[in-house]
Ligand binder design. Sequence first.
Ligand code: NAP
Length: 232
Amino acid sequence: MNIIITGASKGIGYAIAEIFAANGHDLYLTSKTISSLDQAVATLRDQFPTIHIESCAADLSVKSEVVNFSKWCLEKTTPHILVNNAGNFVPGKLQDEEDGQLEQQLNTNLFSAYHLTRALLPAMLNNKLGHIFNICSIASLSAYENGGAYSISKFALLGFSKNLRLELKDTGIKVTAVCPGAVFTNSWAGSGVDPKRIMEASDIAKMIYAATQLSAQAVVEDIVMRPQLGDL
Ligand code: NAP
């Protein structure tokens, strides 16, 4: 299978790339910064020398860059699994976050996934099979202190996932919304949080991989995961 993963240079996206490569799948990866993407690809190629791995950097908060990335994907491969993982976390209160924060969070966390999915869908529909994962958050499920624009963008991504699943249910393409609580990645580095208090990126990757292993007639609609000790 061919797996397209956004935000694959680190964190959850990188862990997803690792697990699919370990299971023999080819990877088409993107993230914003070319140097960290190249580094991630070099490490994955060392680890999995028989796997075909290609990459193309893009700022997915910019629609024209999403469109260019989708063209690159379609020239290189037939997409089977798309993981819309790229995102960034900017905490804040709605009443005092900076002007433009909602637009920035929607561009990065919602429109990236919306535009990329729409661009790749015709090829996936031709195949009559596929699986789209949207990496939402527990911030998609309920309000919390300092959720702000981030939480709004993640609620919207969950809404996108639900509508997409309904539209695609007769097409053979599955849609899974992944809603993790705290996962120890760059977002938490320097926060002082004990890495053992929260989840590992590989925990999320394992559940995503497992969701791809079911019969054609079964779909995992939502994956909700939290640290064993609960939210922070
Ligand atoms: P991370 O370690 O900071 O990695 C984020 C990845 O997304 C990087 O590869 C980054 O590339 C890429 N990215 C960010 N903005 C981008 C843009 N405009 N265009 C293209 N790529 C971009 O983050 P993470 O913690 O693994 O989070 C991954 C996803 O999980 C996000 O959607 C996040 O909201 C969600 N999530 C995380 C947690 C958590 O606790 N960590 C919990 C729930 C949900 P560059 O480094 O080049 O910018």
